[in-house]
Write a protein that binds this ligand. Structure first.
Ligand SMILES: Cc1cc2nc3c(=O)[nH]c(=O)nc-3n(C[C@H](O)[C@H](O)[C@H](O)COP(=O)(O)OP(=O)(O)OC[C@H]3O[C@@H](n4cnc5c(N)ncnc54)[C@H](O)[C@@H]3O)c2cc1C
Length: 383
């Protein structure tokens, strides 16, 4: 399905990433997931291919492509393995993007080329044990001290945190509320305590940890963007990141659809393939239609972003819809495979566990609905 959104460049990128995912990720995904292993060597190999800094200009070592290209890349990687695509989504959308948006020239020249080639991995540390959806409630503090800041607090569920070299950290530098938050670029080794991996339902090829900051000292030059503008930067970053997660959801849904179609065509029951039964066909047909719609919503949001137009609402709609399609597609795949769908012999159960996260991170589905409702109802949608 390739309507007018994609240029020849996007098609070419898709061929390259599809071949890489088919050869270097898909054959090992089951093994990596069973071992809870982040495939770092494979992820580093994506640096020279340009997948680690897709929309970063070439002058900073990036690929100089666009958000639509990132969607194509993340979808194909997620189709092979969702957890691996999360690493790519964070490196691009939650670390490279805010540095490109708000970084000083020195910060951009220092970090972007190293993020692009895979020398450095990044993590985005916004969520706290008591501040998830309610981001403005975050309590981590950065206290002014001489020429710098001293950071104290705890960040939870931080993707890539187990191996990241660079953390984009949001901390309170002023009073309460949204205006009191600033962003910082904090390096590994500056005193951050990193927890063991947090056991989770799926996404076993991605790292998720808790970070504890105890008197972590950073210089003024490590502030990312203006003082008090941290939360605005965090939310603008998520506006773009959600498009990437929608693409990830499309990739998981495509993998589930492929599996269901293939299995239904070969599994024999009552004298023929189960694909002859409408009870098997129709849920799969529904997924095929919904996946096309999800992908179009995702690409539409990416095209708006690439055109420099507001894309927060479009991204929220894309993530809301695509994530629900991923969950439904994985469920249909498990059902189509029957008992085999429930066993680890086939990847349907992995898709089922991995799909769910797309309804939770970078803003839950309820939060996406709130974003859409505020656009529809204005101030009257605020409680
Ligand atoms: C695997 C994983 C990776 C993650 N990676 C990162 C990361 O790299 N960096 C990072 O900063 N965070 C990360 N997160 C955190 C993630 O973004 C949050 O978990 C998510 O935003 C929800 O926050 P919460 O878990 O605190 O849930 P809560 O905010 O406590 O929400 C609990 C429930 O209440 C609902 N709810 C809350 N407020 C409202 C409301 N106003 N109206 C209706 N319903 C509401 C929510 O939708 C949800 O269903 C990750 C989480 C996971 C699980």
């Amino acid at each position: 399905m390739t309507p007018g959104f994609l240029t020849q460049v996007h098609h070419d990128i898709r061929e390259v990433v599809r071949a890489f995912a088919h050869g270097e990720i898909a054959p090992y995904a089951a093994e990596w997931n069973a071992a809870h292993q982040v495939p770092l060597a494979t992820i580093r190999a994506m640096g020279p291919l340009g997948f680690l800094a897709v929309a970063v200009p070439e002058e900073f070592g990036g690929s100089g492509l666009d958000a639509l290209s990132l969607c194509v890349i993340v979808e194909e990687i997620a189709r092979a393995d969702a957890g691996t695509s999360t690493v790519i989504a964070v490196q691009n959308g939650l670390v490279g993007a805010p540095i490109l948006r708000a970084g000083t020239p020195a910060q951009q020249h220092n970090w972007l080329p190293r993020l692009a080639c895979g020398e450095v991995f990044g993590a985005y540390a916004l969520t706290e044990p008591d501040a998830g959806s309610d981001t403005a409630a975050l309590r981590t503090t950065a206290r002014a001290d001489g020429d710098g800041w001293v950071i104290n607090g705890t960040k939870q569920w931080i993707t890539n945190g187990g191996f990241a070299d660079l953390f984009v950290v949001f901390a309170r530098t002023g009073g309460p509320g949204a205006k009191g938050v600033s962003a910082f670029l904090v390096e590994k080794g500056s005193g951050i305590s990193v927890s063991n991996e947090i056991p989770k339902m799926g996404l076993h090829t991605s790292s998720t940890v808790e970070l504890v900051f105890e008197d972590v000292v950073v210089g003024n030059e490590q502030m990312l963007g203006a003082p008090g503008q941290g939360l605005a930067l965090a939310l603008a970053t998520l506006d773009g990141g959600r498009i990437t997660i929608a693409a990830q959801a499309c990739g998981i849904a495509q993998a589930a659809l492929d599996l269901a179609v293939e299995y239904a065509g070969t599994r024999m029951a009552f004298g023929g393939p189960i694909a002859k039964f409408q009870g098997v066909q129709f849920p799969i047909s529904d997924i095929a239609a919904k996946l096309d719609a999800a992908r179009l919503l995702t690409w539409q949001a990416a095209v708006l972003r690439d055109a420099g137009q507001p894309h927060g609402i479009a991204g929220a709609k894309a993530k809301l819809f695509a994530s629900s399609v991923a969950v439904e597609a994985a469920n249909v795949a498990v059902q189509t495979l029957g008992g085999y769908g429930y066993s680890a012999e086939y990847p349907a159960e992995r898709y089922y566990r991995d799909a769910k996260i797309t309804e939770i991170y970078e803003g839950t589905s309820q939060i996406q609905r709130i974003v859409i409702a505020r656009d529809l109802f204005g101030d009257s949608a605020r409680g």
